[in-house]
Write a protein that binds this ligand. Structure first.
Ligand SMILES: *Cc1c(COP(=O)(O)O)cnc(C)c1O
Length: 389
């Protein structure tokens, strides 16, 4: 049997254990401490370009998960029970679940075909329709940069500004991606990062909320640490959460920051290698960023679409052939409006995400893959075409 090729494995740079050791040596084995502070500072510098951006900077709060960051982001945007929140349908369930945690109502919006992210035309249609139906504006908009590809942020932000609805940007998959020279995570009022095991960098599990200023970051920290009022005893006037990142996890994150650029470069090289190796193969298309230089994806995962009429095989044929060769792959995210749990949520669609879900596949893309691994993946698919023709 061939050795297993995984979709996206974590890769340690080497300094992670040094920072964990430091936490043990100084007895900072708690959900705060020097690693947490240093990791936050380093993320902030990465996003803002060392604080030199003209955006008045950002303040990053490290949390136990990206999902926790989405939850706190919605709380800080004052989303309450019964409010509507617009969310990209084509995404991982973690983008939408926190809306339900607050007993608010998700309203799903389909994608456009260029970036696979929120369709600005449908977004505006959804806003107008919700206002007509309920007499109330949606409380927030959650666009996602799926698979690392930045969404059409100029158009989305213009609509958000026009209707004065804040944006909670889900940048969980897009650390290091840029749109018009600006990093993903810098576009929304708030933005969410994830450091789960399969993401661009990992803390084993973790996330962060990117806040617009120190005050809002302070609010996020307050809610993330059980909402304690200022008092010598434990006093609470709000419901709090236990969402802070531990100093051990942050040690891993600090170490990972040293290999972040390397990871992004490798994922981009892997995408380009796939694109090159698939050249001329009928019916198989590698998802690539729109031309013109506005979109710079980190290519977290390289995805293909299979036109079965041209290819002579289906997406599912590809997945099963790869599996038989001990290669992990996965269909694209199943859109939220097709998920049983969100069956009753309003949806504004154009067929894009449903179609992509049927014909799309994520290929192995982790930084530990070799060029030979990539060639093996492509050869399995090439052989499928040979057998069929
Ligand atoms: C991973 C992911 C999240 C959630 O992050 P966790 O750290 O796993 O909680 C949210 N949104 C998207 C699009 C993701 O891919």
């Amino acid at each position: 049997m061939n050795s297993r090729i995984w979709m996206s494995l974590a890769h340690m740079g080497g300094r992670e254990q040094e920072f964990i050791q430091e936490a043990f040596d100084t007895n900072w084995v708690v959900p705060l401490g020097p690693n947490v502070n240093a990791f936050e500072k380093s993320l902030q510098d990465f996003l803002t370009g060392n604080g030199e951006s003209g955006d008045g900077g950002r303040s990053v709060v490290a949390l136990s998960a990206g999902t926790a960051a989405l939850h706190l982001g919605l709380i800080l945007l004052e989303v309450k029970m019964g409010d509507e929140v617009i969310c990209q349908s084509f995404t991982f369930a973690a983008s939408a679940n926190p809306i339900a945690y607050l007993e608010a109502k998700p309203v799903f919006v389909d994608s456009e075909p260029d970036t696979w992210n929120m369709d600005p035309v449908l977004l505006e249609k959804a806003i107008n329709d919700r206002i007509a139906m309920t007499g109330k504006k949606p409380k927030a908009i959650i666009p996602v940069h799926l698979y690392g590809m930045p969404g059409k942020m100029d158009e989305i932000l213009a609509i958000a500004r026009k209707y004065e609805i804040p944006v909670l940007e889900d940048a969980a998959e897009s650390l290091g991606s840029e749109y018009k020279g600006k990093k993903c995570g810098m576009f929304g009022e708030y933005a969410v990062l994830s450091f789960n095991g399969n993401k661009i960098i990992t803390t084993s599990g973790g996330g962060a909320l990117v806040c617009p200023c120190n005050d809002t970051a302070g609010r996020a920290l307050f809610y993330a640490t059980q909402a304690r009022d200022k008092a010598p005893h434990y006093q609470h006037s709000c419901i709090g959460y236990n969402y802070r990142m531990s100093n051990i996890c942050a040690g891993i994150g600090r170490g990972q920051m040293f290999v972040l650029e390397e990871h992004i470069n490798r994922r981009r090289v892997i995408h380009d290698l796939y694109a090159h190796l698939f050249e001329g193969m009928k019916g198989v298309r590698v998802m690539s960023q729109p031309e013109g230089g506005d979109f710079d994806s980190n290519y977290w995962l390289t995805c293909i679409t299979v036109n079965s009429n041209e290819a002579g095989f289906t997406r599912e044929d590809v997945r099963l052939a790869l599996d038989a060769d001990n290669i992990e792959s996965r269909p694209l995210w199943k859109p939220m409006h097709l998920q049983p749990v969100f069956a009753n949520a309003p949806f504004y669609g154009n067929g894009t995400s449903e179609h992509l879900f049927e014909i799309g596949l994520c290929l192995p893309s982790g930084p530990t893959l070799t060029d030979e691994d990539i060639a093996r993946v492509v050869n399995v698919i090439r052989d499928l075409q040979k057998t069929n023709s």
